[in-house]
Write a protein that binds this ligand. Structure first.
Ligand SMILES: Nc1ncnc2c1ncn2[C@@H]1O[C@H](COP(=O)(O)OP(=O)(O)OP(=O)(O)O)[C@@H](O)[C@H]1O
Ligand SMILES: [Mg+2]
Length: 132
């Protein structure tokens, strides 16, 4: 579990994630996809919650390895999680593409948040044997 309190921590987490994704054997494209997810998650934490944590875990489904990323904060939480997953929905007139993009780029996406109770996002990406 890595603490996420400033931009420097994002660099640390990205470097660690890169070690994991290379170890698992992800394609370069998937490494970039995972990196992008971490960036979006981490920026949301710093922006909306101030601080949080990110955990990286290698997981297995039969003989297929994958990476699970858990991002947690105890910030204000998201009032409407369904809305937050719609392209362009943002509370700060930003692009509102972070969470929907993460959902598209991963195999499994779970957003758990409620008003005032913080936010947890768990994503999984499995190694694809045939991908480029
Ligand atoms: N960790 C969080 N804590 C509280 N609210 C969050 C958190 N992450 C996202 N949100 C809320 O969900 C909305 C959508 O998030 P999303 O990342 O998709 O878009 P954005 O951050 O507004 O813009 P973009 O990521 O495209 O720059 C945010 O505007 C914010 O209101
Ligand atoms: Mg965002």
């Amino acid at each position: 579990m890595i603490k996420l309190q400033n931009e420097g921590d994002i660099i640390t987490i990205r470097a660690r994630a890169r070690e994991f994704t290379q170890l698992i054997g992800f394609s370069l494209n998937d490494q970039y996809r995972i990196d992008l997810c971490i960036l979006e998650l981490a920026h949301n934490v710093l922006l909306y919650a101030g601080e949080g944590t990110i955990s990286l875990e290698i997981i297995h489904k039969g003989t297929t390895p994958g990476l699970q990323i858990t991002c947690r904060d105890h910030g204000p939480g998201i009032v409407d999680c369904q809305q937050a997953l719609i392209d362009g929905w943002s509370t700060r007139s930003s692009l509102g593409l972070g969470l929907p993009s993460i959902q598209r780029l991963t195999d499994d996406f779970r957003l758990n948040s409620s008003d005032g109770k913080g936010t947890t996002v768990v994503i999984q990406k499995w190694l694809e044997h045939k991908s480029n």
